[in-house]
Design a protein around this ligand. Structure first.
Ligand code: PFF
Length: 434
């Protein structure tokens, strides 16, 4: 074993960084708009059921493989079987492709923070957002700035970079979120938003929604691109991590629900619709902020909240490919970060331009941005997770009882690993491709 490998300085550091990875744009940007498009409360109910019954399995599995092998993704798969290194290398590739679109949204957030700080009045929010994302230079620059910030943290290493950033940003995120929830709940007719979130309408239940909830759950828990495997490889040998996994899942779900409680009462209070898709956070909310007292302060707090969430997840996306460059290509951490900046820019810049200059450049009828989102969320994340479950369940024959003390959970883990999760993932990919 490599004695120079870093490890978490404490259990708290592991938990807070893994929660930091999980709580991101997926909770605050993606979860509310996907819930808004899928009927509100019933989506939430399905989502919670899936999290408790299925999603804990691949989460524990990925962390466990990291802890067991103590290697970055490619090395971890290779140590199971030499030929598996090719399967393992899909993980850092997925990380690089996800970064390309995740960091673009990070750039948009920086723009909205600047706008809120400069108290800039915008007349038409729909038009403002589409003109902003279409412009050729500014969004690209902001994407690269956001990438630089995350790589700067990554370059400082596990203890001084990743752990320290999470220890500062996560509590800040929680405080801002609670403040915004209170602001939202005090708006007139806030109860309409709560009803939308918590009063399920069973007639809206459908197959497509169940699979959207599953896809969202995997995305938000950061499963399927080696980020967790890499974080797992930094767990000290003697430490049991399963209890921490429950804390991570619980916290991630609470953050998503609070994000909903922050957004839907405000949306309903101003008579707007919750199903405006990806623009919910960048168009609908700014419209609301412009109509409430101290709107600029609230807007600024909201986008700083999004920024904290995006940074802590962004650094976890980068850590997988970074660890691969360090351990397989024997690079220093700093050099690996410079190389990553160059590689990710190659994908991120065209993806940023796909709203304007490159809007006619289509891959399978999709813009570059949409294609990267589709390829990673619908194909690569489920595929990587499927491979790892099959390898653990059928090749390594890992038993739940070796990892989990609770008998029922160990039993659910065994069934999940071998049958339920692979079947669910195959459905997810099949539906995603149709
Ligand atoms: N979980 C993050 C979010 O909810 O925004 C996104 C993410 C991070 C996905 C890390 C995958 C990953 F490996």
């Amino acid at each position: 074993m490599d004695n120079n490998r870093p490890s978490w300085t404490s259990k708290y550091a592991f938990i807070i960084t893994t929660i930091g990875s999980a709580v991101g744009l997926g909770n605050i940007w993606r979860f509310p708009y996907i819930m808004g498009q899928n009927g509100g409360a019933i989506f939430l109910a399905v989502y919670i059921i899936l999290i408790c019954t299925i999603c804990f399995v691949p989460l524990i599995n990925e962390l466990y493989i990291g802890k067991l092998t103590k290697k970055e993704c490619v090395g971890a798969y290779e140590s199971i079987h030499p030929n598996l290194k090719y399967v393992g290398s899909l993980n850092p590739i997925t990380g690089i492709l996800i970064s390309a679109f995740y960091f673009i949204v990070g750039g948009w957030i920086i723009n909205y923070i600047i706008k809120s700080l400069t108290s800039c009045n915008i007349a038409n929010y729909d038009e403002y957002f589409s003109l902003f994302i279409q412009s050729p230079i500014y969004p690209c620059v902001l994407t690269l700035v956001f990438l630089f910030i995350c790589l700067f943290v990554t370059a400082r290493g596990i203890k001084n970079g990743i752990e320290s950033a999470n220890k500062i940003l996560m509590p800040l995120l929680a405080v801002i979120l609670i403040f915004l929830v209170i602001v939202s709940l005090r708006l007139p007719n806030a109860n309409l938003g709560l009803e939308y979130m918590f009063k399920p309408d069973i007639t809206k239940l459908n197959r497509h929604m169940v699979l959207s909830a599953l896809g969202q759950a995997f995305f938000t828990l950061s499963i399927g691109m080696g980020a967790l495997l890499t974080y797992g490889s930094y767990i000290k040998e003697d430490k049991s991590f399963v209890k921490s996994v429950y804390t991570i899942i619980f916290s991630d779900t609470i953050f998503a629900i609070l994000a909903g409680i922050m957004i839907f009462p405000a949306v309903f209070s101003f008579g707007m619709t919750p199903n405006s898709g990806a623009g919910l956070v960048f168009v609908t909310l700014p419209k609301i902020f412009s109509q409430i007292p101290y709107g600029n302060v609230v807007s600024c707090a909201f986008f700083i909240l999004l920024f904290c969430a995006a940074v802590t997840s962004g650094i976890s996306i980068l850590e997988g490919p970074c660890a691969t460059l360090i351990e397989r290509f024997k690079m220093s951490r700093q050099k690996a970060c410079v190389v990553l900046f160059a590689i990710i820019s190659v994908f991120a810049v065209p993806a940023t331009l796909s709203f304007g200059l490159l809007e006619n450049c289509k891959i399978f009828d999709k813009s570059i941005f949409d294609f990267l989102d589709f390829l990673t969320s619908n194909v690569m994340l489920p595929l990587n997770t499927l491979f790892l479950c099959l390898i653990s369940g059928w090749y390594l024959r890992i038993k739940g009882s070796a990892i989990i003390n609770n008998r029922l959970m160990a039993f659910l883990f065994n069934i999940g690993l071998k049958y339920v999760v692979p079947a669910a993932l195959i459905c997810l990919m099949f539906l995603g491709l149709n």
